[in-house]
Design a protein around this ligand. Structure first.
Ligand code: PLP
Length: 764
């Protein structure tokens, strides 16, 4: 197709305007139409088996640039627009960002869909069409407030399919209408689909905030991702959502199986279901139910489903391993209860160890362990980084590993370098074309060839120049979209952007900020000016996470108002951190903060995006940081802190005797630590914020500190000081940047997906 002619036809038909006469919004909608035409014209990939990737989240980000790239018309459209004096990035500002995810898990699902299509594999996503997303974060009074985040427009990416499935809830049947988002594959000529189910009559947004009547069903089923689960109606709503997703998804699978002409008792040869964390686990009993309802024996149904479903574990945090009271399932989907009991009885008959039971507890009060269901009745259990998988095998899921050693495997996460390098950092991408050839775009291992330029001062200078340029660009956008707040592009950009969680230890980063503040006040200046950038949403009911946001925003204000400190230390916190902000900030980063307590971050994917864009990691040996460290070598990463084995040992000791193991008080008393923690109660800070919140955080750190920030804070501070000092040797720093980009090819999600296909899915 002639892109220019077609685009011109569209703007004439839609608006009666020539391209050059259109405004950004008109151009956006014209490009959207063009993109949709090109995507839907593409065939679906073929294969023996088709994958259905079930996930409660798909954090897809804006789609225009990415889809243009996948469709192979990005450059053409870009230069066409440039001829009319327009820019794609200004046009993309018009696009609302879908808020269909929360953090890494949802973004991983989005990267995976991109890679599955790029590799030409048959695989669709299955999820829900949340109307108001997770939430939109607003800051006021140095606190987080949550607002609905509507993103669905009359003319958008959702394609109504006209298909619907009836989901049998306890209170009656509800129609699940299917909407699709096309997923064109880069260089593969095919397109897959993201299937999003929705109710027929979704409720309007709550008037203010994200509180709503959680019993207003079915209208509220698809309002929000992860409705507040701090009360029972919220938890129940999550189960309703999960069943809505998996029942409709399972019916779609069987319909397509039939259309492809295959018998139900051959489903495992033609379908693979990947269960992304435990949220979609009910797909297992639902498939068993539907297969037996349609004539398969229980034995045959269980066997087929067990060869169809595979499970990805994303976390070892106990609170994230879902356990639902059986009474919830009885209420939401009573027809699943006999199936669950049958599956549990079979598992108990085969394995008497009560620790591996699916249903636990006395009759009438049983709890359903969703992960246990997945492990018994899935044919693959994978962790998401080498260290994480080892921890699953050796501690968290040891009893299961003893039973099913062959099911366990590792698939180290990856990110799509199309979005996370080509689109978000075009100048670096162009330099890579020059240095290693454009083949890196389809074969990311080619990035290793960048090592040939390790001593090439012209290339090193270009890397520094591109980074400086990206810092200026990010600063301009920050000033434009974040209340005029100016970042200093000449300072070191030290960035921690990710969900807010105590295990990720934003509080430890804040303690470092306090340390620098106190040092500057005492006349000891840092090696050079540093800009510390945070971005993080806290779950609405997660009180301690909100206290940490409060601390950061108080520190931001404190320093802003202090002319002695401000030139040396700046704290910025981006409001409503999302994929768009990630794409702006990551290419501008010098130091990537990946400081989770060792053993707690399953993988991380932010770490990979930063690395590809030439940021140097400051991190613990946790998750995929371990693999990053191996790939770049000790000169090109700053690692610190307690090792995962030691941390696990501390927890074990504490579990046996609460007076043993990690005692935060001991570390709090250390002379280098106490003043930092006590600053939370300093009148200079409490005057700016909520004294009770700061006190609650102080009390937690001094008496509990479950994620051991005080254990590592001194080593962290030393490593961070060293990184900031090393930044001054620009040539040496540029080499570190070069090595990080050169070694990032391993973390392409194309590699991850090729491994899933090879070891688990066998799609073609
Ligand atoms: C990549 C990404 C994440 C995950 O970051 P981690 O540092 O791995 O937790 C979260 N949110 C957004 C918007 C992302 O792009």
């Amino acid at each position: 197709m002639d892109v220019k002619n077609r685009l011109q036809e569209i703007t004439r038909a839609k608006y009666g305007l020539e391209l050059s006469q259109c405004g950004d919004s008109q151009l956006y909608h014209a490009l959207l139409q063009l993109t949709q035409e090109l995507s839907t014209a593409r065939p679906a990939p073929k294969g023996e088996r088709k994958l259905y990737y079930f996930s409660a989240e798909f954090l897809i980000g804006k789609l225009l640039s990415n889809n243009l790239l996948a469709l192979g018309v990005y450059n053409e459209v870009n230069s066409l627009l440039a001829q009319c004096g327009k820019s794609l990035s200004a046009i993309e500002d018009v696009e609302p960002e879908p808020s269909l995810g929360n953090g890494g898990l949802g973004r991983l699902a989005a990267c995976f869909l991109d890679s599955i299509a790029a590799l030409g594999l048959p695989g669709d996503g299955v999820g829900l069409n949340y109307h108001y997303g997770l939430f939109k974060q607003e800051f006021a009074h140095r606190r987080q407030y949550e607002q609905p985040n509507p993103w669905i427009e009359d003319e958008g990416w959702l394609i109504p399919t006209g298909e619907a499935f009836e989901v049998p809830f306890g209170f009656g049947p509800v129609k699940a209408r299917l909407f699709d988002i096309a997923v064109p594959g880069a260089n593969s000529g095919v397109a897959n689909r993201l299937h999003l189910f929705d109710v027929e009559q979704p409720a309007p947004a709550p008037a203010d905030g994200i509180d709503f009547d959680k019993t207003d069903l079915p209208a509220r089923l698809t309002s929000f991702l992860y409705p507040d689960d701090s009360d029972e109606s919220g938890r129940l709503l999550r189960v309703y959502q999960q069943y809505f997703m998996v029942s409709a998804g399972a019916q779609l699978i069987l319909k397509e199986l039939e259309e492809r002409g295959f018998a139900l008792d051959t489903i495992s040869e033609h379908v693979a279901v990947q269960i992304n964390d435990t949220h979609p686990s009910m797909v297992i009993p639902e498939l068993v139910r539907l297969l037996t309802q349609r004539g398969l024996s229980m034995d045959a149904a269980v066997e087929q489903v067990s060869k169809t479903c595979a499970y990805t574990n994303h976390t070892i945090l106990a609170e994230a391993l879902e356990k639902w009271p059986l009474t919830f399932i009885e209420k939401v989907a009573p027809q699943l209860v006999p199936i669950l009991k049958e599956l549990d009885a079979r598992a108990k008959a085969a394995h008497s160890d009560p620790r591996v039971a699916i249903l636990q507890g006395e009759a009438g009060k049983e709890i359903v362990h969703m992960a246990h269901l997945d492990i018994h009745y899935g044919y693959s259990v994978n962790g998401v980084a080498a260290l994480h998988t080892e921890i699953l095998k050796n501690s968290e899921l040891r009893h299961f590993y003893d039973i099913y050693p062959a099911k366990f495997n590792n698939k180290t996460n990856g990110v799509t370098l199309r979005r996370w390098l080509e689109v978000c950092n075009p100048r670096l991408a162009a330099l890579l074309d020059e240095c290693v050839g454009p083949e890196w775009r389809t074969d990311p291992t080619r990035l290793n060839k960048l090592m040939d330029f390790y001593n090439d001062s012209a290339v090193l200078d270009k890397l520094l120049d591109i980074k400086a340029d990206n810092k200026h660009r990010a600063s301009d956008l920050f000033a434009r979209d974040q209340y005029g707040i100016r970042l200093d592009p000449d300072a070191v950009f030290d960035i921690q952007v990710k969900r807010l969680h105590e295990y990720k230890r934003q509080q430890m980063n804040a303690l470092y900020v306090i340390q620098k503040y106190l040092e500057i006040k005492a006349g000891k200046l840092p090696a050079r000016p540093v800009t510390v950038i945070f971005g993080a949403k806290a779950a609405p009911a997660y009180v301690m996470a909100k206290h940490i946001i409060h601390l950061i925003l108080c520190l931001r204000r404190l320093i802003e108002n202090d002319p002695q400190v401000r030139p040396w230390l700046h704290v910025a916190m981006v409001e409503n951190y999302n994929v768009t902000w990630a794409e702006r900030l990551i290419p501008a980063c010098d130091i990537s903060e990946q400081i989770s307590l060792a053993s707690k971050e399953a993988s991380g994917t932010g770490n990979m995006k930063f690395m590809a864009n030439g940021a140097v990691t400051l991190g613990t040996l946790d998750g995929a940081n371990v693999e990053i460290a191996e790939l770049v070598g000790p000169d090109n990463i700053y690692t610190f802190g307690a090792a995962s084995n030691y941390v696990i040992e501390l927890y074990d000791q504490k579990a046996k005797d609460s007076k043993k193991g990690y005692q935060s008080k001991v570390y709090y008393e250390r002379p280098a630590v106490k003043p930092l923690v006590d600053f939370l109660l300093d009148p200079a800070l409490t005057a700016l914020g909520d004294e009770a919140a700061l006190k609650a955080l102080w009390t937690d750190l001094t008496t509990k500190d479950w994620f051991m920030a005080l254990l590592d804070v001194e080593a962290y501070s030393a490593a961070r000081d060293r990184a900031i000092a090393d930044y001054g040797d620009r040539a040496a720093w540029a080499r570190k940047m070069l090595v990080n980009t050169a070694r990032s090819g391993y973390f392409s999600s194309d590699r991850t997906i090729a491994q899933y296909n090879e070891d688990i899915w066998h799609l073609s």
